[in-house]
Design a protein around this ligand. Structure first.
Ligand code: GLA
Length: 409
């Protein structure tokens, strides 16, 4: 028997979640003092997210069902009487030191591009405002598909809004985050991640239709069921270019299919019958990509119906089907991810499992019955260990209400 240990994540039972967060932010505040030689005036948290259904649909205009998680980015902040801006991090090397009127117009290729891209957009409003010192950190694995970038961007928008009393709406903060990633950092990302973080409501999944950005919150029974994450700890260097390649392939598949469906605006609009009739006109890989998108749209709607009828197992069955499609048709899985999903499927306590985020490595998200969750996670970790000779990070993740100030009691 292997001892139960968690290699990738800090664990924590539900009841102690807020206490754990406060303790972590208290430590973060002390790190700020060491870094900047004075006390922070405020502490903040911004969550990451898992995506339960709707894989690779956001940039194809489809529906997605993510949930903000209780792992994310920490911010310790102090205002300044001058116009200097200093950004440092406990987890990344290199720091930014500049002035509000001299913010770099271009990215530096460093971690602080993400918050800087947000700050730049608020620059004009900040004309009369003072500078700021920020220490970033957190407990979210970076590059694992848990959206550390949306967490830091939406969180930065929240922090600046709060400190400078700008009166932004949650949607405006989401937009600032999205612009930072797309325009400043230069990632061709879809809209899901900043929405999942910025519009989070504890206890619910977000249902977001990426065609028109309409959304609703879907209730989820956290008493009986829990979300668990298993991290392969695999980080592929080429994941970003492989992701961009999928975005381009999906766009090309749409270009070729739209002539058979003039009213279609995005790949999500292509009906299954149109694809059935015309898929042979497409190169085989593009046909597979389109088949994933068209079937995933249908599955995601079916999963929502199941959830709304209280059929969590029915929702989970669509997660397993989603993973198969990601593996065979969208081709974004990896042997490590498949091993975790197969092991999860063998456990009776697991309702559903699939890769989350872009894929190629990173994490598997699972829906588990709380009653058998601990054993299920142990079984999944052991199966992975037997095959790959190392433990994956496994943990239950709680839901999160979104970016907020954390006041120490
Ligand atoms: C990445 C992107 C998201 C989404 C997922 C795939 O995580 O950041 O916008 O496209 O991949 O569902």
């Amino acid at each position: 028997m292997h001892a139960h240990r968690q290699s990738g994540f800090e664990g924590g039972a539900d009841a102690s979640r807020e206490a754990r967060l406060r303790a972590a932010l208290e430590r973060h505040g002390r790190n700020f003092e060491e870094q900047f030689g004075r006390r922070p005036t405020a502490l903040y948290f911004s969550p990451g997210r898992v995506n339960l259904m709707g894989a690779h649909l956001d940039y194809n205009g489809g529906p997605v069902a993510p949930m903000a998680i209780d792992r994310g980015t920490f911010f310790a902040v102090a205002e300044r009487s001058d116009r200097r801006v200093r950004f440092a991090s406990t987890s990344e090397s290199g720091w930014l030191e500049t002035r509000l009127e001299r913010l770099a117009p271009q990215r530096a290729g460093r971690w602080f591009d993400y918050p800087l891209g947000v700050l730049r957009q608020l620059h004009s409003r900040a004309a009369a405002l003072g500078g700021i010192d920020v220490l970033f950190g957190g407990d979210l694995a970076v590059g694992a598909g848990l959206s550390s970038s949306a967490s830091i961007c939406v969180g930065t928008a929240f922090v600046l809004d709060h400190i400078w009393r700008l009166g932004l709406t949650p949607l405006q903060r989401v937009e600032l985050a999205l612009n930072s990633e797309r325009e400043f950092v230069g990632v061709r990302c879809g809209i899901m991640d900043p929405f999942a973080v910025g519009l989070a409501q504890a206890g619910s999944l977000l249902w977001l239709d990426c065609k028109d950005a309409s959304y609703q919150h879907l209730p989820f029974d956290h008493q009986r069921f829990a979300v668990a994450v298993a991290d392969t700890l695999v980080r592929r260097e080429l994941a970003q270019s492989a992701f961009n390649q999928r975005v381009a392939e999906a766009a090309e598949a749409f270009e070729r299919l739209r002539k058979h469906c003039p009213q279609a605006r995005v790949l999500r609009d292509i009906p299954a019958e149109v694809l059935d009739t015309h898929e042979r006109e497409l190169p085989v890989e593009l046909a597979r990509r389109a088949r994933h998108v068209v079937s995933e749209v249908e599955r995601t709607f079916a999963a929502r119906s199941a959830l709304m009828e209280g059929d969590v197992r029915g929702f989970g069955a669509r997660m397993f089907a989603s993973h198969r499609s990601l593996r065979e048709l969208y081709e974004v899985s990896a042997p490590e991810l498949d091993c975790l999903v197969d092991a999860a499927a063998a456990s009776t306590a697991v309702c559903g499992a699939r890769l989350t985020g872009a894929g190629f490595g990173g994490c598997v998200v699972m829906l588990v019955e709380r009653a058998g969750a601990e054993q299920a996670l142990e079984d999944v970790a052991r199966a992975f260990d037997e095959r790959f000779g190392r433990r994956p990070g496994v943990a239950l993740f709680g839901p999160d209400p979104g970016p907020r100030e954390v006041v120490l009691g």
